[in-house]
Design a protein around this ligand. Structure first.
Ligand code: UDX
Length: 437
């Protein structure tokens, strides 16, 4: 199939490379010339395991190219919309200007039989509006909403082998024909038995935000239990293990700690609340406000814990923060709990040094006043508190005995409940974590 992909960020770059890997002819289109230039050289503009290899092999076949010109989409039949929908400044709602610009830029090049496939996360109602634009420009082109569920760090795997497909399609002959075209694009995964749910546009848009709201709620649920554990001397990790054995609950996404961040969960639950308000059903989602509050409280609690460990004040105390990315295997610092806590501690007078295996450059752009160290050794040198804020394997695997000799005071805060308290205490550390004794 001839494919164009509008937007070459976390979603689009991976999607373009994966579609070319599957044998399609793909052009990735982005408005940022630097992004396009990097991708065209086979270099990923962000850290995503497997992406550089996939870019290199797909570019070598000649099936993958990148362009800043929307006209490059003219020869394609299937056009994926993969641009970002960030949170608006000072508002909960999503900023749809990039989605609208991408679709508007594509309209002059649409031909009869073309299929526009929306993958961006949008407020319900957006796809209907875009479908109208598509039909006005080219009555014989069709729009499908096909949300993406990929996780950063596993984006290549999630794109090549998704756990489900959702198509939001108009209940017309043209809609069904468009869905058949999309089936051809995804032929390999569909052939492998990946389930597909074909539905209307509204349901397809809601599926994505409902899924992310559920995941955010699950994380905030366990973090709320962590607050109870802190008040009672109970242990949230054992609690999660115990309730997680119930197959109806499940252990995944029950890791208590600094909570969720990143470019999706926080802004998606806020945009969902904003949309519910516009639709007059804000009560249905008022619980998400609490989910958001619980999540943000964890960051405050972590600063308090550092204060407790320092004997009442962090002013002038040396704190090493291990982790800046919002989660391991990513260099994404958007709404990162790790960075937010590091910045708060610095604003409150601590001397903070941050390290991260991948995210230092992005973190330094966002918080240029923080001090960054390339290695764990440099970050912890002379530290009075070490906070593990992102569970990178290299931090989880740290040897507490070896690290003990590098710091001034052996205090460790486990922001992700990812260290073994027994081993750290045995090595002489004071170990504290959220939701644990
Ligand atoms: C999420 C969804 O998982 C994905 O399906 C959607 O397409 C985009 O949003 P992502 O943002 O990549 O993906 O990260 P995810 O792995 O979901 O983690 C989100 C945040 O929750 C991270 O900050 C992570 O550290 C945190 N988290 C996750 C927890 O605090 N506890 C957990 O148990 C799981």
């Amino acid at each position: 199939m001839q494919i164009s992909v509008f937007g070459c960020g976390y979603l689009g770059a991976v999607h373009a490379a994966c579609m070319a890997h599957l044998g399609h002819e793909v052009v990735g289109i982005d408005v940022l010339p630097e992004q396009v230039a990097l991708l065209g050289q086979g270099r990923a503009p962000f850290h995503e395991p497997g992406l550089p290899e996939l870019l290199e092999s797909s570019l070598a076949t000649g099936r993958l190219s990148f362009s800043i010109d929307a006209a490059s989409a003219a020869s394609a039949t299937v056009h994926f919309i993969c641009v970002g929908t960030p949170q608006k400044k000072n508002e909960y709602a999503a900023d749809l200007r990039y989605v609208r610009a991408a679709v508007t830029g594509l309209l002059p090049f649409l031909k009869p039989g073309d299929v526009v496939v929306g993958k961006s996360t949008v407020p319900v109602g957006t796809a209907e509006e875009l479908a109208e634009l598509v039909h006005e420009a080219q009555p014989e082109a069709e729009l499908i909403w096909n949300p993406e569920f990929l996780r950063e760090g596993f984006a290549v795997e999630d794109t090549l082998r998704p756990d489900r497909f959702v198509y939001g399609v108009a209940d017309t002959d043209q809609g069904r024909a468009a869905a058949a075209v999309l089936d051809e694009v995804y032929a390999r995964a569909l052939g492998d038995g990946t389930p597909k749910i074909e539905t209307d546009l509204a349901t397809a848009q809601l599926v994505k935000v409902a899924a992310n709201s559920f995941l955010a709620t699950k994380i905030s649920f366990i973090n709320a239990m962590a607050e109870l554990c802190e008040a009672t001397g109970a242990d949230v990790t054992q609690l999660a293990d115990a309730i997680g054995h119930d197959a109806r609950i499940g252990r995944r996404f029950l890791n208590a700690g600094l909570g969720f961040g990143g470019g999706c969960l926080p802004k998606d639950i806020r945009a969902f609340m904003a949309r519910a308000g516009e639709l007059g059903v804000d009560q249905a989602l008022s619980f998400l406000r609490e989910v958001d509050s619980i999540n943000m409280r964890r960051r405050v609690r972590m600063v308090d814990l550092a204060r407790e460990v320092c004997g009442g004040s962090i002013v002038g105390r040396k704190i090493a923060v291990l982790g800046a990315a919002f989660k391991p295997d990513s260099d994404d610092v958007r709404d990162s709990p790790a960075l937010s806590v590091a910045a708060q501690m610095q604003l409150q007078g601590a001397y903070v040094t941050v390290s991260d295996p991948q995210a230092i450059d992005n973190a330094a752009k966002k918080w240029p006043d923080l001090v960054f160290a390339a290695s764990v050794e440099d970050a912890v040198a002379d530290a009075e508190v070490v906070l593990v804020a992102t569970e990178w394997p290299e931090y989880v695997g740290l040897d507490p005995t070896a690290l003990r000799s590098k710091v001034r005071e052996p205090n460790v805060l486990d922001g992700r409940n990812c260290l073994d308290p027994v081993a750290w205490r045995a090595a002489g550390w004071t170990y504290r974590a959220l939701g644990r004794r």
